[in-house]
Design a protein around this ligand. Sequence first.
Ligand code: ME8
Length: 598
Amino acid sequence: MRTPLLLLSRSCKSVHRLQQSPFFSPLTALSRQQRIAVLRYSSTHSCEDDKSYYITTPIFYVNASPHLGHLYSAVIADCLHRYKLLQGFNSRFATGTDEHGLKIQQAAEAAGKDPLTFCTDVSERFKHLFNSCNISYTDYIRTTEHRHRQAVKHFWSVLCDKGLIYKGSYEGWYSTQDESFLTASQVADALDSSGTEIKVSLESGHKVEWMKEENYMFRLSAFRSQLLDWLRGNPGSVQPERFYHAVLHWLQEDLPDLSVSRQRSRLQWGIPVPGDAEQTIYVWLDALVNYLTVAGYPDKHEQWWNMAHHVVGKDILKFHAIYWPAFLLGAGLPLPQTIYVHSHWTVGGKKMSKSLGNVVDPLERSQMFTTDGMRYFLLRQGVPDSDCDYTDNKVIKLLNAELADSLGGLLNRCTAPALNPAQVYPSFCPQSFPSEQGGRAVVEDYHMLDAVRNLPAVVEQHYESTHVYKALEAIAACVRKTNGFVQRHAPWKLDRRDSEDQRWLDTIIHVSLECLRIYGTLLQPIVPGISNKLLSRLGVRPGERSWADVNFLPRYQGMDCPFEGRALGSDSGVLFSRLESQNLDKQKPKKTKTANSI
Ligand code: ME8
């Protein structure tokens, strides 16, 4: 019975997704058998439960203030969450802070604060950043919360009851910075800033120390073949593909059991092992369970947990694509649907770090370049597959070109009283722009229509795979095409006293406003403030901005256009003000320190 049910629920999901596309005739794209199954299923079931979506960011360590990379992860997840809402999903979006572990214990000590006060202070800074940057999380989790401690203890007990945790003796390398155990092949020799020989993690470059402790071990080695089966059976489980292959590659290597506790004498700041007050639960096991805590674990997590998607940086891929699925398999819980991995932002080609003094403060930058400006930049320039280098100049150039000049300029032209004195969405004239050539439109105009008509499907595909930069590239290309259309026909040169010219002028503006309406709708997950301003200026009401509303230029297809003849919204100023680089110099952050030897 299991397989047919799964098939039906998947069919239901794909039909739902396809139904959202305005250019799709729902059932035709499925095979006959699938169609029958879907129809039979939908006659007795609603797709309600299939419309849940749960997206998470990593929970961030509170040992230091948030930086640009943290905002980047949050913006990616926020974009997916907003996109799913536009598609009519019931989406939940969790972020928060990871507050236990040796690293935090030491940071609190160094700050001379008790750990909880220290964690609360820094956690508030993350919250403030996310609120300031329009990160529309629905849940903010702190691992020091009671609900989370309960979830972790329960999860631990389930693993224990299943015989997956045993007491053993761990001897090996540990990186406190990464809160990670390493094998000999994962460490290398290095010199610290004072010239002393140390060992470092090959992957992160962080210092490692030898530790020997009696603690609890998780039977990770027992899950290797199940993990391989999961990955091979779900090629989309880890995206982009490059990271999927990295995980498969890791699984070819030795997969030793994992130490999942530390001696209480060394680590007090954490959740005690149930039934053994001498041991503290390993911070990564504790942290990963946050995703379940938010979903309502252990009592009522199914609705959300079956639809979970994680956004993570490449640095924590192993924890999410190996340890976490193994823990979940052990606990008998479903695995995440997708792990979306992204690469890192570097500065001057180097990883951002406090010791290098090259940390970019995201709050300061979003004040300088606006919140939407930073969101647009991060998603337009951030390529999940490879690292990107950050400079303020890149931000200024990109935002001036694409938001101020191209998109803002287009809106300005088409709504300026000189061209649009009545301040309405003017009429489309099918004789001026017929579906076959012969009117006043030229071949490039037809190409532009094709590009904009296909844009929602293109954007959808890229949003789904978190290649948001490709979606933005496609939108930017269409905006340029629409500007080219206006430029080519120079409506300001037309003679308004001539009725044919007037109709053509109206048509040019109508088509351009339709393009802008599509761009504004599709950009909502990226730049919610700018999109709102743009759509409001066009007179598009809040209830007309969903993914189902992206039917482009209905008049061209002989259908009614609800906007035709409608008054434009009030002019609330330029869409995005050009950024001046002179102002930037005055506000530039402190000088960068020289790099140390690690
Ligand atoms: O690892 N570029 O927390 P963390 C892009 N608490 N993203 C970056 C980045 C950069 N330069 N630096 C960090 C932890 N990030 C754990 C996670 S989850 C159960 C526990 C982002 O504060 C990226 O998402 O070190 C990375 O994976 C995460 O911040 C690490 O944050």
